[in-house]
Design a protein around this ligand. Structure first.
Ligand SMILES: [Zn+2]
Length: 445
């Protein structure tokens, strides 16, 4: 036979070890891993020159926008950012315009994305108004349901226990996970109103409106409801030691719960506000160094399951309003996440094993992405070749994302995704895009 591609001189992360090998790719899948002399002939051969070859990163927390929010990001620009950042599969969040919370809305996004994406994409749904529609949304291929507890997006009132329980039971029946943004709406609304009455509109007011207690309370509540409904719960962007302890405790008592942290909650604290201002407005907010330490420990000891970027692009002027209450929350993360984490690897704060687990293996397992998340024979050839020694400064003006700003702009990092392959096709090479729109696949549950 003649394979499509042979990747020679790789240091591949295979079976929890780094092995010198070559890899043959056929039909978008890994056909053979072995010595170069054992490889079949191939149409094409790429010398990886001893780059570290990892399974492609899977980012389960991405806001790709498009449709009526395409001025912030669209399927092409967002997946170009993913490809440049070493991410081969993104899970798209549903707080779009229109909101993704019907089978028709998901199908429409799939059809639009199909012609535009450079990497693989799967779609979350928000909860529909009528919980009886949960089954048809799942049947359309939604990868999970998303619940924003801080404000109502979609058809479900996050303060209504009974409605939540009914909806969770229907999701449990589909066996899809429920990803949750856990911040208590009542606490945030009450604080915000009090602060606004006191004419407060500064950054500190934003932090006061979003206390750690709001996160913990929402997590406790949603853990209780998901346990009762026997639903799978995935808590997004955990930010405190107490939240992580609560989730760990629930896991140990048999709850079906997993959780995520973001690079910004691992690397930035509220003291960075003075340097970076309203750019850092993000939900949940940045915390202090003790919590950061707990989150980093949590990633290393496996209490944290996944790392997601929470890539949340906005127009630049949306980040600099006079009043903090008008500033849009979040910032882009797809093009910085991997290098920031590789820097932690070079500082020996994270191991490669943990990196691959939390950015590939675990997201694939939680969201049941078949054939993805490992570098193995017979699995998808979604791969990223990494230069661990490459030092550079993050330059947001060069982002592929439409949002060309970052709290990490100008920061020196060590470790760079060099080549990104999706189904064996080279998509990005040294941050340049080498593939046509539509090269990525739509992934259905
Ligand atoms: Zn988000």
């Amino acid at each position: 036979m003649i394979a499509d591609l042979v990747l020679a001189n790789a240091k591949a992360y295979y079976d929890k070890q780094i092995v010198d090998c070559a890899i043959a790719i056929e039909n978008g899948e890994i056909f053979k891993i072995g010595k170069e002399t054992q490889m079949p002939n191939a149409d094409e051969k790429t010398d990886l020159k001893s780059l570290l070859l990892l399974p492609g990163m899977i980012d389960a927390h991405v806001h790709l926008r498009d449709e009526n929010k395409a001025y912030k990001e669209d399927f092409y620009s967002g997946t170009a950012a993913a490809a440049a950042g070493g991410v081969t599969t993104v899970l798209d969040m549903p707080n779009n315009d229109p909101v993704t919370n019907t089978a028709a809305a998901i199908l429409n996004r799939m059809r639009l994305a199909e012609k535009r994406v450079l990497v693989n994409i799967a779609f979350y749904s928000e909860f529909p108004e009528n919980p009886d529609q949960i089954g048809e949304i799942a049947a359309q291929g939604a990868i999970g349901f998303k619940l924003f507890m801080a404000n109502q997006i979609g058809g479900l009132n996050p303060n209504d226990d009974e409605a939540l329980l009914e909806a969770f039971r229907k999701v449990a029946y589909t066996d899809l996970p429920i990803a949750v943004h856990a911040e208590d709406k009542t606490i945030i609304d009450t604080n915000t109103q009090t602060l606004k009455r006191a004419k407060r509109d500064d950054l500190k007011a934003f932090l006061q409106a979003h206390p750690a207690q709001a996160e913990l309370k929402a997590i406790e509540r949603v853990l209780r409801l998901s346990e009762e409904a026997k639903a799978r719960l995935h808590v997004c962007h955990v930010t405190t030691r107490n939240s992580l302890d609560k989730i760990t405790e629930a896991k140990q008592s048999g709850n079906k719960v997993t959780c995520e942290v973001t690079p910004h909650h691992l690397l930035l604290s509220k003291t960075d506000f003075e340097r970076l201002g309203t750019m850092l407005a993000v939900m949940p907010p940045l915390r202090d160094s003790q919590n950061i330490e707990a989150l980093l420990d949590g990633v290393s000891n496996g209490k944290v399951d996944t790392i997601g970027s929470d890539h949340a692009p906005h127009a630049t002027n949306e980040k600099t309003a006079q009043s903090i209450w008008e500033v849009k929350v979040g910032f882009p993360g797809l093009e910085t996440m991997f290098s920031l984490l590789l820097t932690l690897v070079s500082q020996r704060k994270l191991s490669i094993d943990v990196l691959v687990q939390s950015l590939a293996e675990k997201p694939a397992e939680i969201f049941r992405l078949k054939g993805r998340g490992h570098l193995k024979q017979g699995w998808k050839a979604d791969l990223v070749a990494v230069d661990l020694k490459h030092k550079f400064k993050i330059d947001a003006s060069k982002f592929h994302s439409k949002a060309r700003f970052s709290p990490f702009d100008g920061q020196e990092v060590r470790g760079r995704p060099v080549k990104t392959f999706v189904s064996g096709q080279l998509i990005a090479d040294d941050q340049e895009i080498f593939a046509k729109p539509g090269s990525g696949n739509i992934v259905r549950s």
